[in-house]
Design a protein around this ligand. Sequence first.
Ligand code: TRP
Length: 340
Amino acid sequence: MSNQESSNTATNKKVILSGMQPTGRLMIGNYAGALRNWNALQHTHDCLFCVVDMHAITVRQKPADLRRTSLDVAALYIASGIDPEKSVIFLQSHVPQHAELAWVLTCLTYMGECSRMTQFKEKSEKHSETVGLFTYPILMAADILIYQADLVPVGADQKQHLELTRNLAERFNHYYSDTFVVPDPYIPPDGHRIMSLQEPDKKMSKSDSNQKSTLFLTDSPDEIRNKIKRAVTDSGTEIRMDEARPAVSNLLTLYQIATSKPMADIEAHFAGKNYAELKSELADAMIALLEPVQAEYNRLMDDKTYLEQILKDGAEAARRRAHKTLRKVYKKTGFVPAFS
Ligand code: TRP
């Protein structure tokens, strides 16, 4: 692995970069699988968290929706505990160097590398097969490499994109000279699989057409209670983790997320109780978990100037760092420095 700048030289901390697409309202899986981990990582790492609005337009977005969800996602980062004093929080489109580096990397990427991506194959069945959808992973590689990130927290579905990122970093370093840190994926240690409340053999998704399937971070207490009450259950009455009974297992997983208790304790607690009791306690726990997040989210949305200031400062800090990398890349590529 390369190289001399593999951690922030000022702080000596490893650099972390991650991001989410503003393509819908965030849900409990985004919190449990990403935001909560980011929150913990910012104490020990030099973290940058990006709202990847340029990735969002690889499938059609209504401009007004994109504008709203982009700010929404940024506010939810902060409301979930990402501290702008500790982490850099910004919108991808505010830092033009991502797209500029993406072009250089595009010219190093083979057609076959992009067409192998399973997410491209899946998405191009559902959406128009644009070149943007095809080259999406190269923009993601640019997001990561432009900050010389060491670690990239992602879900398992992004591992293939990370592999491409590593290959591109190594290819550039080999063809020109040592420039990029080759990043490692960081797959969270306690990855929970959260399933749909209505079809527990399907993953819970923020873009499910059935809104009752998904617990959004901004759902009101009544909505949370109702969705949990109406969640499907499986046959059998025992409340315990059981691969053959995905519905009850999912409710227990959600209870674990909300309470952070060991599963053995949770199963002991619910021994002899019924589904109604589980659902009612789960709703209470979930409402309690989300209450402080929602309070902070509402405060941020009521006073946009604070949020805008954070995003302005974040973009400035990010641009400064991105500029340093891009300057090196352009020089090594053979571009004549701009005359000043
Ligand atoms: N592709 C990621 C997803 O859909 C989002 C993303 C874009 C990302 N750029 C990134 C994640 C850089 C981590 C790092 O989830």
